[in-house]
Design a protein around this ligand. Sequence first.
Ligand code: GN1
Ligand code: MG
Length: 369
Amino acid sequence: MANHTKSFISEVGHQFNLDGYIGSSEVHGNGNVNDTFLLFCEDGDSLNRYTLQRINHDVFKNPEGLMENFSRVTRHLQAKIEDDGSDKKCLTLVPAKDGRFFHKDSNGNYWRVTKFIDGGRSFDVPEDIHQAFEAAKAFGDFQAKLADLPGDPLIETIPDFHNTRMRFDHFRSVCSKDELGLLNAVQDLVDFAMEREHLADLIKVENFPSRVVHNDTKLNNVLLHKRTGEGMCVVDLDTVMTGCVLHDFGDLVRTAACSALEDEPGLEKVFFLPETFEAIVVGYLETAGNILEPIEIEHLAIAPQIITYELGLRFLTDYLEGDVYFKVKRVDHNLDRVRAQFKLLASMEEHFDQARQIVNIHTSSHLTQ
Ligand code: GN1
Ligand code: MG
């Protein structure tokens, strides 16, 4: 679906209230689900940039409800940022010409536009520990700011998104059918997953405080200030909904306390980084520490293993189903992802005692404050 022509992208862009006219556009980012473009709008002497996204409605079945969440969340965050008088940023929706926050094209695709955030950078792998610390502060701050979101609960943009038990059961059923005959070649990965079934039941959202969380806290979903390195803006709000803070914490650890890319084929390069983990714990507690309950703190050390396992299961399931969900850029891309995630998980398991100690050190002082 990423193959939209430039003229089509311009046509879609024209449905929104942009300042200036669209001079050019380019494909942007490396999301695995939506299609993202940058629009460059010429307005007299100034050049305005916007981000245009097609919402993948095979994945997000209720794009209008999703955009309602998006709008509520960004308005709430914006008001808080203004109250604080801080220089943090939040995504700003640009309305379509009909006043709605999305445009539905003639093919039934849903599009939205946000203002491009200047002055930030995102990283797939952190360059240093400080970046992981800043990202953790930013995601913790995001949760803390949304703790008092008024009104009805947000709609569930993807039901059971982090229901690891359900992900496991689906994986097992796909294995037992093996409709594409791919199972034999990946038996080692299937065995690895089966041996860890107990992880599927350790974090069930219904057993934890129900909060507004991000649910997709990869390191590259936070922009860090280019000059100061500080966390500046949390992006990718499609999965913001009621959930458990541990999935956010865990997913940041998965992507930031890891030595390599999520799909790194050279497995010897993939391992868990305990010092970075510590920086994430400290950064996260600094902003979200006050909202956390003991049951959440008790699961901080295990949470990264759960989410890494869950994502490994999802990638492996997608491989066995014929690459129908995640975008793939090369042959066996999903398999590279599974191997890297399972290698990371094994490395997390080796360091589990150390991770627990790190959490204990920082949370005991936190709890007695
Ligand atoms: C997908 O599209 P992107 O890259 O923001 C996925 C996440 C995964 C991630 C792994 C809606 O996110 O759950 O963690 O890929 N999003 C959805 O890179 O499934
Ligand atoms: Mg995402």
